[in-house]
Design a protein around this ligand. Structure first.
Ligand SMILES: [Zn+2]
Length: 351
């Protein structure tokens, strides 16, 4: 047993550091963004009219403060490790370093990837692949990212899978999130391996190897349907898909959505999905969070809202205490992030 696995020191008001297994730190500034001229009516329209306008408008300075705000909000939720999926087609090179540095500044662990896509032609795909490779070869912690099969040609899928295999990491990819990606599972079959992160898997028509990352709030928000993760043979972890990193909240949502589908569902199932984060990000298992509530038990937490961390320890260092981060000035991060949000919205209006 490693020190990280030894939980005998945990008191009734403590847990290990929580893990968000799918995040988009670039979207932390999206709230309040200018609305599309027409309300999108499909998942594809939500992507093209909201997210692809936003990611196009990002630059590295906006990204830095978006990531710092996202990391700060993770600590506020007792989340010490994030598995991030990034896209900024106008500012690709160096983007993963910006995210890693922003998280380091706040004291949150991060696993980075750049979501490769053919949406911006072969040069855009090549630049995305190169950013993954550059970051990972330099010793960065991460995956090789793919946006989703439906925005990539077969050559790009093959290149990403090949790079990941060569570097000994998995691929982090959205799979069958909406009906637009119905062909995705077929096209990824043969490439996917056990170390892949299969994000959403709502419309999966076959089993693929890898860990399914369930994002209940995002799936409800995009009206894509229920993923029924308990029906799958895969390991299942929980993510937020960029809507914060409050993993106790996501656990409660995962439980409530599961229970809506199956009245016999137990909170222990959703808790096991949350705990799967420690398989993906073992370092977080050695982090310690002291909470405002006890006992930190799934049957309590499923029905107890507003549980907040009192103290967060990452790698032996106190990074959150007395309602504030210790490495950064939380008020300054919020103010700078708000400034960058205004810049971002201005750039979105221009496009
Ligand atoms: Zn996502």
């Amino acid at each position: 047993m490693t020190a990280a696995e030894d939980v005998t020191d945990l008191g009734p008001s403590q847990t290990q550091g929580l893990v968000c297994a799918h995040h988009h730190l670039y979207s932390a500034l999206a709230r309040g963004a200018p609305a599309p001229s027409q309300p999108p009516r499909t998942f594809g329209a939500i992507l093209s009219e909201i997210w692809w306008r936003l990611d196009q408008a990002l630059d590295l300075e906006i990204l830095e403060w978006s990531a710092k705000l996202g990391a700060l909000e993770a600590l506020e939720g007792g989340t010490t490790a994030l598995i991030d999926h990034h896209e900024s087609p106008g500012a690709i090179e160096g983007a993963l370093d910006v995210i890693a540095s922003a998280c380091e500044a706040v004291g949150v662990r991060v696993d980075c990837c750049y979501g490769v896509t053919d949406r911006h032609g072969p040069d855009g795909a090549a630049a995305g692949l190169a950013e993954n490779e550059r970051f990972l070869r330099a010793g960065g912690r991460g995956h090789v990212g793919l946006h989703a099969a439906f925005t990539c040609g077969d050559e790009t899928l093959e290149a990403a899978a090949g790079l990941a295999a060569e570097l000994g990491v998995g691929v982090h990819v959205h799979v069958a999130e909406g009906p637009e990606d119905a062909e995705g599972p077929r096209r990824l079959q043969g490439w996917a391996t056990d170390d892949w992160l299969l994000v959403h898997a709502v419309h999966l028509d076959r089993d693929l190897p890898g860990t399914i990352v369930h994002n209940p709030r995002s799936n409800m928000n995009n009206s894509v349907g229920y993923a029924m993760p308990a029906q799958r043979p895969n390991a299942v972890a929980l993510g937020t898909d960029g809507i914060g990193a409050d993993m106790l909240e996501e656990f409660r949502l995962a439980y409530a959505r599961h229970r809506e589908y199956d009245v016999t569902a137990s909170p222990e199932t959703a808790w096991a999905w949350l705990a799967e984060g420690w398989s993906l990000f073992p370092e977080a298992a050695g982090d310690r969070v002291t909470w405002s509530y006890e006992p930190m038990d799934p049957w309590h937490l499923a029905f107890t809202t507003g549980v907040r961390p009192v103290e967060v320890i990452v790698g032996g260092e106190v990074v959150w205490a007395d309602g504030a981060p210790t490495r950064v000035d939380g008020a300054e991060v919020r103010a700078r992030a708000a400034e960058q949000a205004r810049r971002l919205f201005g750039r979105m209006e221009e496009t």
